[in-house]
Ligand binder design. Structure first.
Ligand code: UGA
Length: 435
């Protein structure tokens, strides 16, 4: 199939590349000429395991190309995916201006001679956005143009995006247009995954409902963790015990500092806003947000309690990215933790396997902070080690080396990645979440 993708962010670039990988002919469009140049030079502007290799091989095979021209995208793709940002607005609603602009641009490139086109929304959008896209294209396209609109939400996770795209749990295709649905099913034929066909509103809603449910699982286990702490139970055992029930499942029951990233915080806010706009306020999600915000404060209090004051204390901070396997620091709880400690006068020596450069650029970190590629270097003379991100490198660290290098052997593990018994056996005074 001939596919175009408008927007080469996480979702656009990885899905375009994976469509090419399964044999489709893909044109990726981005209005940022520098980004397109970088991609044409064979470089990938984001860190995502496995992606750079796939971009290279598919460009070489002639199945993947990059351009700044929407016109070229509309000409070359029978199916045109919209994968542009849908950022939050201060009131929690979603800024849909990029989607609207792309819908207009697509409309203005269509002519009756172009032939039937499918316009697919892949970005996370509020329910009923598809209707607006359809109206906009109809309004701005010349008369006689034929097109169908589809919602095809993306469920990839950063850090394992390529695998999530090539081996998805499910594919959701929502449309009220049979011709569009048939073309979408053809696109997904090479993928071994169940396909759920719905109306367009349901497909849009599935994305917000899924992300909110996952965030709810995280806040649920974090609330349970606090009860564990107060009662002497172990949240890891509790998560295991409840997760063994197939109806619940163990995934997304990792207690810690709470969720961050470019999706959950924004999507939960958006879903709260959408539900209110529809006259069906979703109070449960407000509680999910509030538990999430409290996790960071509770953790900071734990550190404060032991250190007494942060001023002039040297803290080794392991983790800047919002989770493992990514360099993304957007809405990262580790970054928020770092900001707070710096504000209170701590001297922070930070490390992260991928997030140092992005933290320097986007982390808004002001104060006495130094960055270190070597995790052990951060520990020299430090008053405490604080872990903010669940990198496997941190989980496998040499505990005796940690003990040797710290000035005082205090360890605060915000992601429960170290084993408490091992930490104590190594002579560390170890604090974690819910155990
Ligand atoms: C999330 C969803 O998992 C994807 O399915 C979805 O496609 C994506 O949002 C999106 O909307 O685009 P992502 O934000 O990449 O993916 O990251 P997750 O792996 O979901 O982690 C989100 C946050 O939750 C991280 O801060 C992570 O540390 C935290 N988390 C995750 C926990 O605190 N506990 C857990 O058990 C799991």
């Amino acid at each position: 199939m001939k596919i175009s993708i408008i927007g080469t962010g996480y979702v656009g670039l990885t899905s375009g590349t994976c469509f090419a990988e399964v044999g489709h002919q893909v044109t990726c469009v981005d209005n940022n000429p520098e980004k397109v140049k970088t991609l044409l030079d064979g470089q990938v502007p984001i860190y995502e395991p496995g992606l750079a290799e796939l971009v290279k091989s598919n460009v070489a095979a002639g199945r993947l190309k990059f351009t700044t021209s929407t016109e070229e995208g509309v000409r070359d793709g029978d199916v045109i995916f919209i994968a542009v940002p849908t950022p939050p607005q201060p009131d929690g609603s979603v800024d849909l201006s990029f989607i609207e602009k792309v819908a207009r641009e697509i409309a203005q490139c269509l002519t009756p001679e172009t032939g039937y086109r499918v316009i697919v929304d892949k970005s996370t959008v509020p329910v009923k956005t598809g209707d607006k896209v359809e109206q906009t294209v109809r309004r701005y396209a010349p008369e006689g143009v034929e097109f169908g609109v589809v919602s095809n939400p993306e469920f990839l996770r950063e850090g394992c995006a390529v695998d999530d795209l090539l081996n998805p749990d499910r594919i959701v295709i929502g449309s009220n247009d049979d011709r569009a649905l048939a073309m979408m099913q053809k696109i997904y034929e090479p993928f071994v995954a169940p396909v759920l066909v719905t109306d367009i509103n349901s497909a849009e809603l599935i994305k917000h409902a899924a992300n909110s449910f996952l965030a709810l699982k995280i806040s649920y286990i974090n609330a349970v963790a606090n009860i564990c702490e107060a009662s002497g139970a172990d949240v890891e055992k509790v998560a295991e015990g409840i997760g063994m029930d197939k109806r619940i499942g163990r995934a997304f029951l990792n207690a810690g500092l709470g969720y961050g990233g470019s999706c959950f915080p924004k999507d939960i806010k958006a879903f709260i806003h959408i539900s209110e706009a529809l006259g069906q306020p979703f109070g449960l999600l407000k509680e999910v947000e509030s538990i999430n915000a409290n996790q960071l404060e509770r953790f900071l209090n734990k550190v404060r309690e032991k250190l007494w004051v942060f001023r002039e204390k040297k803290i080794a901070l392991w983790g800047l990215a919002f989770k493992q396997n990514t360099d993304d620091v957007r809405e990262s709880v580790a970054i928020k933790l770092c900001q707070k400690m710096l504000q209170e006068g701590a001297v922070v020596a930070a490390t992260d396997p991928q997030g140092i450069e992005t933290a320097k650029k986007f982390g808004d970190l002001e104060g006495d902070i130094s960055y270190h590629a070597d995790l052990y270097e951060t520990l020299d003379g430090a008053d405490a080690l604080v872990i903010g991100t669940e990198w496997p490198e941190f989980a496998q660290a040499d505990l005796s080396e940690i003990k040797k290098r710290l000035r005082t052997p205090l360890v605060f593990d915000g992601r429960n990645i170290l084993d408490p018994k091992d930490a104590e056996a190594a002579g560390l005074e170890y604090y974690s979440i819910g155990r």
